[in-house]
Design a protein around this ligand. Structure first.
Ligand code: NI
Ligand code: MN
Length: 226
């Protein structure tokens, strides 16, 4: 499983020779818009955690260009189906096996409305299992006790957690989240994009290190292999 970071919560996951794009927000991201061309992204699926602009901005364009299937909660799936896009609706607690691996839509505490005010259902995260690796993409969320449910039936190899504070968990809560989900290997996302969520990278890494945990922060376009 290869994971490439395109800024904010945008990730391209290559698993079982299938490309899965998460929360595409590139053309409006000041940190990535000049580094990543959305027209060159190749993907088979687009997974959306919730309907906020900073998670869905480029979903329609990329889905249409690639004939990609959008996977999200029911309300978000119907929104894109009405735009003529292939969708697969899910909802909280549900698993589904796709040709790239197994996906579970899990709880998040946040909000979810489209930029035009359309109801975007309840926000979520994804647990994705493929090539004998399992990752958790929390999406935008507060620290929540529901995270303790995740390790009850899965063993995570990597957790992708928001760390920017203000709109989501910050560093200190992300460290507690990593205990709740029983995964000490964390890729931080949802930081630095706007003024509200700028973080001190060294301090963030040090705080994880002091708890015997590993916080990775990738540059735009950088990848990790699991
Ligand atoms: Ni959000
Ligand atoms: Mn967000």
């Amino acid at each position: 499983m290869k994971i490439t970071f395109y800024g904010h919560n945008t990730l391209l996951i290559e698993v079982n020779h299938i490309n899965v794009l998460i929360d595409p927000f590139i053309s409006g991201n000041p940190l990535s818009k000049d580094k990543v061309d959305i027209n060159t992204i190749k993907t088979d699926y687009i997974l959306l955690t919730h309907a906020h602009q900073d998670h869905i901005l480029d979903a329609e364009a990329i889905a249409k260009k690639n004939d990609a299937t959008i996977v999200s909660n029911y309300e978000i799936a119907m929104y894109y189906q009405n735009l003529g896009i292939e969708v697969h609706p899910m909802n909280h607690g549900g698993n589904c096996s796709f040709n790239f691996g197994k996906v579970k839509y899990v709880n998040a505490i946040h909000t979810s409305s489209f930029p035009d005010g359309t109801y975007g259902g309840q926000p979520g995260g994804f647990v994705i299992e493929g090539e004998h690796k399992t990752i958790y993409i929390a999406g935008d969320t507060a620290l929540t006790m529901d995270m303790k449910l995740i390790p009850m039936n899965t063993k995570l190899d990597l957790a992708i957690l928001p760390i920017g504070d203000n709109f989501t968990m910050g560093i200190d809560d992300a460290i507690i989240a990593s205990d709740f989900i029983a995964c000490d290997k964390v890729l931080g996302v949802h930081y630095d994009t706007f003024g509200y969520i700028e973080i001190d990278h060294d301090e963030a890494k040090r705080k994880f290190f002091e708890k015997d945990k590993d916080l990775m922060l990738l540059g735009i376009g950088e990848s990790i292999e699991l």
